[in-house]
Write a protein of this length. Structure first.
Lengths: 113, 114
């Protein structure tokens, strides 16, 4: 599997429900970031969690990081139709001078009104 | 504080022509990154630059692609002799300092090669 692989690939829920997306990665990271992309648009940064953190909150978003399992989850509570988008996790590797984020293929979230 | 700006937003080129994509980072950001996104795919890293320096170009194709970030002006991603396979969305991101900071993305340039 790729570094930064999201699961599920697609998720369809009703407005008001919670949405959970998972991300797995393979190598040691400095941090992990979640982004949202609306169809045909740029990426919007949602949250960054560092390797020494376990959980972060931002509004209706909750991100967890388990470095022992090399996985992260993004929870969106009380979803809205406007949350419909693709969600990507991206990892910044630890060490070296690499500047790149490694993205997964994303989870397509559809929130039905 | 304006976000990352990219232009043009859409670019159409015929095979063999050159494509120039521009990126102005957020004010105060000195680190710029370029990514490419194919349809239904995640973003793939291409190159990381600081002012006047290429820091990491491990994702750049060896031929036809080049990038610069001059002391003055925007960062430029240049694709020479474009081919149909270059059709994609190209995103630029910037960060204020360390490459491990949050990267803020521009709206992208959608390149179509006819």
């Amino acid at each position: 599997s790729q570094q930064g692989e999201e699961d599920p690939q697609a998720l369809s829920i009703q407005e008001g429900e919670n949405a959970t997306m998972n991300c797995s990665y393979k190598t040691s990271i400095n941090n992990l970031q979640w982004y949202r992309q609306n169809s045909g648009r740029g990426l919007v940064h949602l949250i960054l969690i560092r390797s020494n953190e376990r959980e972060k909150h931002s509004g209706r978003l909750r991100v967890t990081l388990d470095t022992s399992k090399k996985s992260s989850s993004l929870l969106i509570t009380a979803s809205r139709a406007a949350d419909t988008a693709s969600y990507f996790c991206a990892t910044a590797l630890s060490g070296g001078s690499q500047g790149n984020l490694i993205f997964g293929k994303g989870t397509k979230l559809s929130v039905k009104p | 504080n304006a976000g990352v700006m990219q232009n043009p937003r859409h670019l159409v080129r015929r095979r063999g022509q050159e494509a120039r994509l521009r990126c102005s980072p957020m004010k105060g950001h000195s680190h710029v990154y370029w990514y490419r996104q194919l349809p239904e795919e995640g973003l793939k890293f291409m190159v990381y630059l600081q002012k006047e320096n290429i820091i990491d170009e491990s994702g750049m194709p060896k031929e036809r692609f080049s990038a610069e970030f001059p002391k003055e002006g925007p960062s430029i991603l240049r694709i020479q002799q474009v081919v149909r396979g270059d059709s994609a969305a190209y995103f630029c991101a910037s960060s204020p300092g360390s490459h491990t900071d949050t990267q803020y993305f521009g709206p992208g340039t959608r390149l179509t090669v006819l």
